[in-house]
Design a protein around this ligand. Sequence first.
Ligand SMILES: [Zn+2]
Length: 258
Amino acid sequence: MSLSVFQRQLLGLDENALLARGRHKLQPAVWNAWTYLSLAAEKEGYKLQIASAYRSYERQLSIWNGKLSGERPVLDDNDHTIDIRDLSDAECIRCVLRFSAMPGGSRHHWGTDLDVYDAAAVADDYRVQLSAAEVDAAGPFGAMHAWLDQRIARGESFGFYRPYDRDRGGVAAERWHLSYAPLATDFECAIDESLLRRLWRGEGGFEGNSEGNSEGKTAVRQPVAREALERELESIFERFVLRVARPPAAALAYLPPD
Ligand SMILES: [Zn+2]
């Protein structure tokens, strides 16, 4: 199987089109819109910062494998660590998917999505957790997110919206996660589970990722998890990839000023 440039971007295997600013990478158009949004926020006393932007397939794979191997904690909805040894493979995968996308299936692969916080609301040495408590009305980032909600509702969010605005029974609500609708929608429409299946199996002359890794490195490394994932991929895909908010019309139609 040979992949087009677009498919490679979709799967987090090609970052050539992305632009780096500091330690984060995004599509140039997304940086442009981000600059406008940050300036608007600054006028209200907020200091928008990025916690996470582009993530490669390799990076997502290492997060995923870290959780499945017990090296990284798997949390429940109340931020308590789950003992994954008590779970079946299928249950374990669902718990991981609640907060971490499957490798190849993350919106962070596209260079269109980012996790944000308000640096003006916390001390310089504050460690951002991206937790529900932080973005609640009473949390440190609640005010900034309420302001952002209003901008999105008024169609003044420079193309950004919240794909995980509320819990739809798949990925948990993630108020911190923003998506740039004019570009993200193209990726969202193009992703399908057969592409992921082929990617994980490393079949058909799959070339590896942009760092030139071999086939073995790009496949999902935990065979048990991969089997459980593949067995239920159609329903998992619907629940954890496709079950997201539709972009508001104004965000989708956003055009940057000349
Ligand atoms: Zn995110």
